[in-house]
Design a protein around this ligand. Structure first.
Ligand code: ADP
Ligand code: MG
Length: 491
């Protein structure tokens, strides 16, 4: 049933008039003509704009007549000029001229403007209502040192035009150094923080990590961590945005990422408390050790290559990689171990409740449910998200707030060929890696000779090498994510 129905001209006064209907899901446009036969014909020739694809609307008076222009900006999914699936800009302009006066035409247009904004900004449209839901305000953080140094260009080319169409307000900060965002969010006045609908990060995962850790470092972390984080791929490792787009069935492109920020809803995401000998960190993505961590850190000087830096560094290491010795413990997902948000019943009000973790100096026993794997490994990757990069689909069963860390273990006896397959394929072959679903895990690496050239990496950022343990908090953080799952594009 139509919520609004009017007659507009497409392309100007002299063009044929069309009937335009707004329903709860789309805008349909049909040639305006009379009679049953014409009606049937009209149904066939309806042009439809899905409201799920719309990001903005503008109403402007016509300078040369008493009419008014209603512009609708939408980004439907289709093949781009280069044959890749993407979201592509599609504008529709309707000329409102059924009234004698411009005031009358603007009044009709205003009803449409209010209706479209209500849908786009997540409110239900009440027919007859003439209120526009308030525009959103984003804090945009751009890292000039991430990836190939293109974050500013990505912002200007993809983000700015779509933010303008969606009429979002923004405070833009270009980071000055590593640690800048952590300090900024740790110290920001809570009222100022709350004034932002989301923090939009144009960088890789490292800046997202800083943002979550900045929010968690605050005394009022329980309120601060409710601020949604959103990411636009501007770095060489963009796991968060890849995993969010994958979950929604969206292709991995900058335009889709901006679209997901504009049309995404606030969604919970798992965060983990990570304890190392010297520090407590919070992670949203992964803990890596062994070959994967070494490849990540050794390729940092090749950020200019973008995501390819991992593959190039991986292939060069493949010739001679060491075997890494450790004891790995994990607490399997099991009904007797409840999912923890970390919020309720916190023992120490300064921190989320990580009650599954004993002191790092205490040994773990299988009696309390911990499983142990000891020996030689090629790599161990704990991941809470599906993807570590667009080409590394490491934990296919992961969901944003599943409360699970997937511990992916490649044992020391796996052949080079298989290792190459695991880390260069888009999906994990199941016979060469073991995947354990865990609520918590601990890694105690051998601190002998090998340790001097090895790394431990949290969300793509290096931490001090040594024993480390973590516990997942289900849905502790917030992100912006599209909830509609479309059929997945071909990988
Ligand atoms: P990439 O995906 O390319 O690794 P990241 O978002 O992970 O990009 O950022 C890489 C590193 O850059 C992070 O450690 C972050 O703290 C650091 N950083 C942020 N701003 C700056 C800056 N202005 N100059 C140098 N380093 C920065
Ligand atoms: Mg990084």
């Amino acid at each position: 049933m139509a919520l609004l129905s009017d007659t507009f001209c497409l392309g100007g006064r002299k063009h044929p008039s069309h009937r335009v209907d707004l329903t709860e899901t789309h805008i349909a446009v049909q040639p305006a003509s009379n009679g049953a036969a014409a009606n049937a014909k009209r149904e066939e020739s309806a042009v439809v704009t899905a409201l799920d694809d719309v990001i903005g609307v503008k109403l402007l008076p016509d300078n040369r007549s008493s009419g008014a222009w209603l512009h609708i900006y939408s980004y439907p999914r289709r093949k781009s000029r280069w044959g890749k699936l993407d979201r592509c800009r599609t504008d529709r302009s309707y000329f409102v001229c059924s009234e004698e006066t411009q005031e009358g035409n603007m009044r009709i247009g205003e009803r449409w403007r209010c209706a479209v904004w209500s849908v786009v900004r997540g409110r239900r449209f009440v027919p007859g209502s003439l209120t526009v839901p308030p525009s959103r305000r984003f804090l945009v953080l751009i890292n000039p040192a991430s990836g190939s140094g293109n974050a500013q260009k990505v912002y200007e080319r993809y983000v700015l035009p779509m933010f303008d169409m969606a009429e979002v307000e923004r405070d833009v900060i270009t980071t000055e150094r590593a640690g800048h965002v952590l300090e900024l969010l740790k110290k920001m006045d809570i009222e100022q923080l709350k004034s932002f609908s989301a923090i939009v990060i144009v960088s890789g995962d490292g800046l997202v990590y800083e943002a979550f850790n900045g929010l968690m470092a605050r005394k009022d972390w329980e309120a601060a961590i409710q601020t949604p984080i959103a990411a636009i791929p501007g770095g060489s490792g963009n796991a968060l945005v890849t995993s969010i787009l994958y979950a929604a069935g969206e292709p991995f492109t900058p335009t889709c990422a901006v679209f997901a920020v504009l049309r995404g809803e606030i969604a919970p995401i798992d965060l983990a408390t990570v304890q190392s000998q010297d520090k407590t960190h919070y992670c949203f993505l992964s803990l890596t050790w062994g070959l994967t961590a070494d490849v990540d850190i050794n390729s940092e000087n090749y950020r200019f290559m973008g995501n390819s830096r991992f593959a190039v560094s991986f292939l060069s290491r493949l010739v001679s990689y060491p075997k890494y010795r450790a004891r790995l413990y994990y607490l399997p997902v099991d009904d007797s171990i409840s999912e923890e948000t970390g919020m309720a019943g916190s023992g120490d009000e300064d921190k989320p409740n990580a009650h599954l973790l004993p002191s790092l100096d205490d040994s773990l026993s299988e009696d309390s449910g911990w499983k142990c794997i000891a020996g030689e490994f090629i790599t161990v990757v704990g991941s809470m998200l599906t993807h570590l990069s667009p080409t590394l689909h490491i934990a296919p069963s992961a969901t944003l707030d599943g409360g699970v860390m997937y511990v992916v273990v490649t044992g020391g006896n796996v052949s080079r060929m298989k290792v190459m397959k695991v880390f260069t394929n888009k999906s994990c072959p199941d016979d060469s890696v073991e995947i354990y679903a865990a609520r918590a895990f601990r890694l105690e690496p051998d601190l002998g000779e090998q340790a001097r050239q090895s790394y431990m990496v949290l969300d793509g950022e290096r931490i001090n090498y040594g024993a480390v343990q973590l516990q997942v908090h289900k849905g502790l953080g917030r992100v912006l994510a599209l909830t509609t799952t479309k059929e997945r594009p071909q990988e």
